[in-house]
Design a protein around this ligand. Sequence first.
Ligand SMILES: NC(=O)c1ccc[n+]([C@@H]2O[C@H](COP(=O)([O-])OP(=O)(O)OC[C@H]3O[C@@H](n4cnc5c(N)ncnc54)[C@H](OP(=O)(O)O)[C@@H]3O)[C@@H](O)[C@H]2O)c1
Length: 296
Amino acid sequence: MHIAITGSSGLVGREFVAMATPLGSRITRMVRGMPAEGQLQWDPLSGVSDAKGLEGVDAVVHLAGENISARRWTAEFKRRIRDSRVLGTRSLCESLASLHRPPRVLVAASAVGFYGDRPGEYLDESSPPGTGFLAETCREWEDASSPARDAGIRVVFLRFGMVLSAHGGALAKMLPPFRLGLGGRVGSGRQIWSWIAVQDAAGAIAHCLAAESLSGPVNAVAPEAVSSAEFARAVALRLRRPAFAAVPAWAARAVFGEMADELLLSSACVRPRVLLESGFAFRYPTLSGALQHLLG
Ligand SMILES: NC(=O)c1ccc[n+]([C@@H]2O[C@H](COP(=O)([O-])OP(=O)(O)OC[C@H]3O[C@@H](n4cnc5c(N)ncnc54)[C@H](OP(=O)(O)O)[C@@H]3O)[C@@H](O)[C@H]2O)c1
């Protein structure tokens, strides 16, 4: 397969490229800056500068977006989070729709943030969207791919849970306090976090590219969602440290502002129904297995 990819320098993109290249896929990176040889330039606001470079590509993987936890959510930063996804997806999909030979499939990132804060519910792909900034952004982000769908391209949105890697993302940020024995649950600890190991996140992309029956939303989460308290205990156990400390909700809000409510204190028990029904085999279905692999 010849696969073009946006966001290839990110956590999931790096893993996907590292996985797909040895399997014989030809990868064309779509970059926002000056392209090196074999790369394509695109601008999230105006699309692909030379869309002809995408003629004949078999598939597009679209992972680009402003990193949502890079800083506190000011009004300006929230605009960047939204625009980089909604405008970026729309401009990319308009470029794809304009091709004489469009790709057969687009696998685009979304997030379990789509479901919002839903304590006490089991959520699958048929669940309605939640409320809040992330839920609203995810809904608009998914809707922005309509030009590709209208052009007959099979479009899959992968609603990623918290992607676990020792080299970036949420887990890597949590490790320093845990290593000092200062890690613990956030808030009440009862809120459910849906997560996926980075290797399975990359594997889920490959699965959705290949599984021609799939389109629409696909939850990219491990089958075993856990509470924040269980998550803290599992990380502490793996690092052989205590997990007595706790971050009270007020402290999380003081440090992270609105992001604390939407990411850390929010609860979403999300099930990977479509992945399991379509035969995806998780390498790391349990948190203890994932942490053993990721943290050694
Ligand atoms: N990691 C998670 O826990 C998680 C959870 C749920 C959903 N997701 C979603 O899955 C996708 C991939 O996640 P990730 O963890 O790999 O993300 P990431 O590490 O933050 O990487 C995203 C990539 O997007 C590009 N990018 C950065 N700022 C941008 C901007 N303002 N406009 C357009 N592109 C920009 C960059 O790639 P280039 O420099 O190569 O363009 C960056 O490497 C993201 O859309 C993310 O929202 C991730």
